[in-house]
Ligand binder design. Sequence first.
Ligand code: PLP
Length: 391
Amino acid sequence: MKKHTLAARVEQISPFQVMAVLARAKALEAQGHPVIHLEVGEPDFSAVNPVEAAGVQAILQHQTGYTAATGLPELKQAISDYYASRYHVKVAPQRIIITPGASGALLLMSSLMVNAGAEVLMPDPCYPCNRHFVMQVGGHPTMLPTMPEQDFSLTEQQVKDAWQDHTAGVWLASPANPTGAVLSKEYLASMWRTVASLGGHLLVDEIYQGLVYEGEDFTALSLSDDLFVINSFSKYFAMTGWRLGWLVVPEWAVEGATKLAQNFFISAPSVSQHAAIRAFQTDALAECEQRRQIFSKRRNVLLAGLKSLGLPVIAPAQGAFYVYVDVSEITDNAMEWCLELLEQEHVALTPGADFGVAKAHHYVRFAYANDEDKIRQALSRIGRFMKVNAA
Ligand SMILES: Cc1ncc(COP(=O)(O)O)c(C=O)c1O
């Protein structure tokens, strides 16, 4: 065997383009330039106080060993109760598999449902790691181009036309990254009927659940017990570094998912699990709701600002904390535009190329995980940048 040869599958993974933006932002900051970060895909809040206190308590009480492979029964029960009280859906706790972040859930999902050579359909643009997880198990992600006029969502016709014997399923997200688009219940119900009739699985990534500002905040689990849902403590609960998420599977997949979880993770982080139980109590949820309102205000500021800059936001971006903006009137190379904006005005954005290929060079993602003042400042800097460079 050749020395220093990585497995071929590593070659298939492209590094995030935003890393070049981040590296340059860091260098500018080291020179004393104040960079406004609108590229970061994580809340600018920490976990709410009661959750942090519960985490400290768990450490002091030495609750630091492995837990059951699919998670602490109390946490699974708390999530099941949350689905019942907030979304009026019955989800048996044993169908909930606690994972190290939604990332762990995506790894579990791809291993559970995608054979080598099988195809998974997903919208372009979407969360970049989805296609990489599918590739890692030998599957083929097929990214189908979407349009802002249709909320960047796949049409049923696209799914039917692309479906082949070896197609395993469809992976969607709502609210979505990078577009902030929220799928309607009618849309998902109809898509589920189509996918089920074709004999495939449907995965809905609901990691931004709760962060909805327009439209209905619901769960796809209300449509059927037979589809797969991913969620996480990273976004609504602002616990990115605690590395905790979950996968809801149909009853018939529980045993398989359990076997994989045992082997992949032994268990999700135990301190995080003990702390997360506390996230579902009224005071903690009230704090999360206050934060949602803060995000909502920032969204209004950003959308209004983009409009006054003449940057079109066609899809309404009803959820998450992202707006995906068409910059094709200004540039044919969104990556270069991002780097130039950073250089001249010290505003960091994420280029569309991280999320797909179709028209990606015409888009940039704004994340409003930064305070209102910073968003206003960034907008005025972008306005100046556009004026100077149009001249
Ligand atoms: C759509 C989507 N799914 C999954 C993840 C992974 O999140 P985590 O592993 O922190 O739960 C992210 C992270 O940004 C995301 O945007």
